[in-house]
Design a protein around this ligand. Structure first.
Ligand code: HXC
Length: 258
């Protein structure tokens, strides 16, 4: 399968839907697939007409992890020189909101990919896990850190040490997913949510995402400073003036994105 088809992109107005498309390998995240995903994400991030991105998977998986077959014979020097995992940071660095619509297996790197997104919706058939321990490695794209912050150290430790998967309902109970949807309505629910966010003033959305992210990635003191800077900065935007004037004039705001 050529690189062009590893990730399918559908644009629906301000919403881009990116579909991981290697279903015969349960969307195993080969380097080529990750590169294609990054290309699409960065294109969307730089396109002013797109405001929210959804990532989902074709077939019965969101993604069953990094491609084991591509890593099996690697040496530490291969891993170091290609620094294959470092580029995953570009996924987490996307400035626009990214919604994961997890339709099936989200294992290993697949679970880590979902956790790089901002909101996680899960199908009732989704399964989450960090099974790396079963193949002699550990999570390498944030699984020990983001999972621990998301669900707490004891549950994360059990998942990482046993490699056991959890159901969508358990993931919901743990606070790992925002909600669980019937499989047939997962994408529509993601679309609805994406359209709601897409209607908000984009500069405020961007700076809100940055500030919320800071809560998980910095100290409280640094996070509060980022929040305050972004709060003040938005008073330079036309959309802040428009939003507040519209409230006072009891009309719907017409946001320009400036
Ligand atoms: C490569 C994979 C794969 C993977 C599945 N496949 N997962 N190939 N890498 N991670 C392939 C299988 O080899 C098989 O190909 C096809 O997809 C269908 O999978 P089956 O195993 O036949 O399906 P099933 O019996 O339903 O089992 C589903 C499964 C199992 C439970 C999800 O496939 C599984 O355990 N996969 C590996 C999960 C895992 O360990 N993930 C972590 C990877 S390490 P063929 O050609 O045989 O039909 C990782 C590290 C991240 O993610 C580090 C940072 C990036």
């Amino acid at each position: 399968m050529s690189d062009e088809t590893l990730v399918l992109s559908t644009i629906e107005g301000p919403v881009a839907i990116l579909t991981l498309n290697r279903p015969q390998a349960l969307n195993a995240l080969s380097p080529a697939l990750i590169d294609a995903l990054i290309r699409h994400l960065e294109h969307c991030d730089n396109d002013d007409t797109i405001r929210v991105i959804i990532i989902t998977g074709a077939g019965r998986a969101f993604a069953a992890g990094a491609d084991i077959k591509a890593m099996a014979d690697a040496t530490p020097i291969d891993m170091l020189t290609t620094d294959m995992i470092a580029r995953w940071a570009r996924i987490a660095a996307v400035r626009k909101p990214v919604i994961a619509a997890v339709n099936g297996f989200a294992l290993g790197g697949g679970c880590e990919l979902a956790m790089m997104c901002d909101i996680i919706l899960a199908s009732e058939t989704a399964q989450f896990g960090q099974p790396e321990i079963n193949i002699g490695i550990i999570p390498g794209a944030g699984g020990t850190q983001r999972l621990t912050r998301a669900i707490g150290p004891y549950r994360a430790m059990e998942m990482v040490l046993t490699g056991a998967t959890i159901s969508a309902q358990e993931a919901y109970a743990y606070g790992l997913v925002n909600r669980v949807c019937p499989p047939d309505s997962l994408l529509d629910e993601a679309r609805r949510l994406a359209q709601t966010i897409a209607a908000k003033p984009p500069l405020a959305v961007r700076l809100a995402k940055e500030a919320v992210r800071a809560a998980a990635e910095t100290t409280v003191r640094e996070g509060l400073a980022i929040e305050l800077r972004n709060f003040y900065l938005l008073f330079a935007s036309a959309d802040q003036k428009e939003g507040m004037r519209a409230f006072i004039e009891k009309r719907t705001a017409n946001f320009s994105g400036r």
